[in-house]
Design a protein around this ligand. Structure first.
Ligand SMILES: *[C@@H]1O[C@H](CO)[C@@H](O)[C@H](O)[C@H]1NC(C)=O
Ligand SMILES: *[C@@H]1O[C@H](CO)[C@@H](O)[C@H](O)[C@H]1NC(C)=O
Ligand SMILES: *[C@@H]1O[C@H](CO)[C@@H](O)[C@H](O)[C@H]1NC(C)=O
Ligand SMILES: *[C@@H]1O[C@H](CO)[C@@H](O)[C@H](O)[C@H]1NC(C)=O
Ligand SMILES: *[C@@H]1O[C@H](CO)[C@@H](O)[C@H](O)[C@H]1NC(C)=O
Ligand SMILES: *[C@@H]1O[C@H](CO)[C@@H](O)[C@H](O)[C@H]1NC(C)=O
Ligand SMILES: *[C@@H]1O[C@H](CO)[C@@H](O)[C@H](O)[C@H]1NC(C)=O
Ligand SMILES: *[C@@H]1O[C@H](CO)[C@@H](O)[C@H](O)[C@H]1NC(C)=O
Ligand SMILES: *[C@@H]1O[C@H](CO)[C@@H](O)[C@H](O)[C@H]1NC(C)=O
Ligand SMILES: *[C@@H]1O[C@H](CO)[C@@H](O)[C@H](O)[C@H]1NC(C)=O
Ligand SMILES: *[C@@H]1O[C@H](CO)[C@@H](O)[C@H](O)[C@H]1NC(C)=O
Ligand SMILES: *[C@@H]1O[C@H](CO)[C@@H](O)[C@H](O)[C@H]1NC(C)=O
Length: 428
């Protein structure tokens, strides 16, 4: 019997959804307007600590689009126009395939071997950027288009038009139980009606992650559709001082490059009021990855680190725009260097890889973008660390001899159950 790998399933799923074509229709009169299309009513309950000034910026907003090769984005007029207002990062890379592990990496410093878009729950003792920001009372929030209620945990949400616009796999912080299980934190996983209200009240946080829905981010549509959404949503907000202050840095990026076999270079732009006139319409070829978003934020606010790939100097250069102000020393890799392979999927060991399973390991002491120490959650099991990591085991082989078909039809939830059970036994 032929059992397709998780990787192959992910490719099949993508090919099927990519066939849906449509033209962009505006969901609301303006990005600052509430809309029933966004589903959940706004909660006006967010309360932020006073602004904590950073060394270079006071607010960092990242906006993630989907599955587009560098050249496809660069050919769109809206990206060209935006590039004139910012710094194009020509050496920015996704860290693996498919989507979900890239999102996990950007907030947790690792993707734990994941090579699928499965329903995952990362245990409470695994830390994220939220822990580092909370240590310094720096406010944070994520805004997820078409997520029905704040902190919503289900796998996806289908609107009344029967279209599934929202997916959990693109909502990085909700997948970490150290965020989702704490009500004051899950309230910061917000929807687009909250966004409209928060911008209107001038109560946006200092660290913000924006996930447009499956059409607006180009996932189910095309880069041209995503470009239309940017015209509608981002362009006016760039002129709105409740969003883009003089001290705001914005990263517009893509989770991964569409073509798996040709590397994982994604079109990325730095924008925002903090970019000086002289640096607008320039390019920066320094080698960056999604881990660079962690180290740049750590460097700006002199934070601690997660002791994961955010302390791996090969893959975590700080954006030069920031590093040059703070005198942070990056490595010398650029887009034209021989770079690590960041398009590998399926063969990286980790607790979310059933073919090469190892338990969650404790963070490793190291240095990130700031001078602060590595963060260790109070409930982390320090016994298992990288120096005594057990050899990877294939838990798929160990548990599915009687039901390969079951694995094919329900790979995600089955793997999660096994992984969580194994982790519960070994880590807690
Ligand atoms: C608003 O917040 C309350 C209290 O946290 C929660 O019960 C409710 O689901 C939230 N509503 C939405 C639409 O997110
Ligand atoms: C949404 O989730 C359900 C299970 O909760 C699944 O059956 C369905 O395929 C998912 N749809 C999409 C588009 O992800
Ligand atoms: C959505 O699907 C349900 C059940 O199949 C159907 O009754 C309803 O008419 C559909 N609604 C729309 C807007 O297509
Ligand atoms: C933003 O402001 C600039 C400069 O005033 C103006 O040229 C541009 O049309 C404005 N863009 C939008 C979308 O309002
Ligand atoms: C990754 O991209 C390189 C080119 O940069 C290619 O040689 C290699 O085959 C790709 N690997 C995979 C697994 O697609
Ligand atoms: C995808 O990334 C590779 C490796 O960096 C790059 O050479 C290629 O141009 C990208 N794909 C496209 C179509 O732009
Ligand atoms: C931006 O740079 C490009 C390429 O160097 C150049 O053709 C274009 O005129 C520049 N745009 C502005 C507004 O300076
Ligand atoms: C650092 O990143 C490189 C490139 O991905 C990788 O080869 C290396 O194993 C990583 N080091 C550690 C300690 O994880
Ligand atoms: C970068 O290049 C400079 C000059 O060639 C060299 O002195 C420095 O050690 C290099 N830095 C790293 C981190 O390799
Ligand atoms: C990490 O470093 C701190 C400070 O040097 C030290 O107190 C702690 O014991 C170290 N932890 C591990 C697990 O090495
Ligand atoms: C793990 O076991 C499954 C099921 O027997 C098999 O299909 C897969 O190739 C194995 N993976 C590795 C890396 O051996
Ligand atoms: C920590 O992990 C080790 C190795 O799996 C295990 O022997 C130990 O019981 C765990 N400690 C706790 C407190 O769960």
């Amino acid at each position: 019997m032929i059992v397709p790998s998780i990787f192959a399933l992910a490719v099949l799923a993508r090919t099927a959804s990519a066939a849906i074509a449509s033209t962009f229709t505006t969901p609301a009169p303006a990005p600052t307007s509430e809309s029933s299309f966004y589903v959940g009513a706004a909660n006006t309950t967010i309360t932020n600590s006073p602004i904590v000034p950073g060394l270079v910026f006071d607010r960092f907003i990242q906006i993630w689009l989907e599955n587009t090769d560098f050249a496809s984005a660069a050919s769109q007029p809206v990206f060209q126009a935006l590039a004139e207002q910012g710094i194009t990062l020509t050496g920015y890379y996704g860290v693996t395939h498919p989507s979900e592990p890239n999102y996990l990496a950007a907030v947790g410093g690792d993707f734990f071997g994941l090579a699928a878009d499965a329903l995952e729950y990362i245990p409470t003792n695994i830390s994220t950027i939220a822990d580092l920001l909370d240590q310094k009372n720096i406010s944070w929030a994520t805004y997820q288009e078409n997520m029905p209620t704040d902190g919503y945990e289900a796998y996806n949400y289908t609107n009344s038009d029967n279209y599934t616009y929202y997916v959990r796999k693109h909502n990085p912080l909700v997948i970490y139980e150290s965020v989702a299980n704490i009500s004051t934190r899950s309230a910061r996983i917000r929807n687009f009606n909250d966004f409209a209200v928060d911008v209107g009240n001038n109560s946006l946080s200092q660290w913000i992650f924006i996930t447009p829905n499956l059409r607006d981010d180009g996932h189910d549509t095309s880069v041209g559709y995503a470009a239309s959404w940017l015209n509608y949503w981002l362009l006016p907000l760039l002129n709105d001082t409740n969003f883009n202050t003089a001290n705001t840095l914005i990263l517009l990026t893509f989770d991964e490059n569409e073509t798996y076999t040709i590397g994982n270079n994604v079109f990325s732009l730095l924008l925002g009021g903090v970019i000086p006139q002289a640096q607008k319409n320039t390019t920066d070829a320094t080698f960056y990855t999604h881990y660079s978003t962690l180290t740049t934020v750590q460097n700006n606010w002199d934070l601690g680190n997660l002791g994961r790939q955010d302390t791996n100097k090969t893959v975590s250069n700080v954006f030069d725009f920031v590093a040059s102000h703070t005198s942070y020393k990056n490595n010398n890799l650029t887009a034209s260097s021989t770079l690590p392979q960041l398009n590998i999927t399926g063969t990286i060991p980790g607790p979310l890889n059933p073919d090469y399973y190892v338990p969650y390991l404790a963070p490793t002491n190291g240095t990130g973008g700031g001078s602060g120490p590595t963060f260790f959650a109070s409930n982390v099991n320090m016994t298992l660390n990288s120096s005594d990591a057990p050899a990877p085991i294939n838990i798929t082989a160990a548990t599915t001899t009687s039901s390969a078909a079951g694995l094919m039809s329900n790979a995600g939830s089955m793997i999660t159950a096994i992984a969580v059970a194994a982790v519960a036994a070994m880590l807690f």
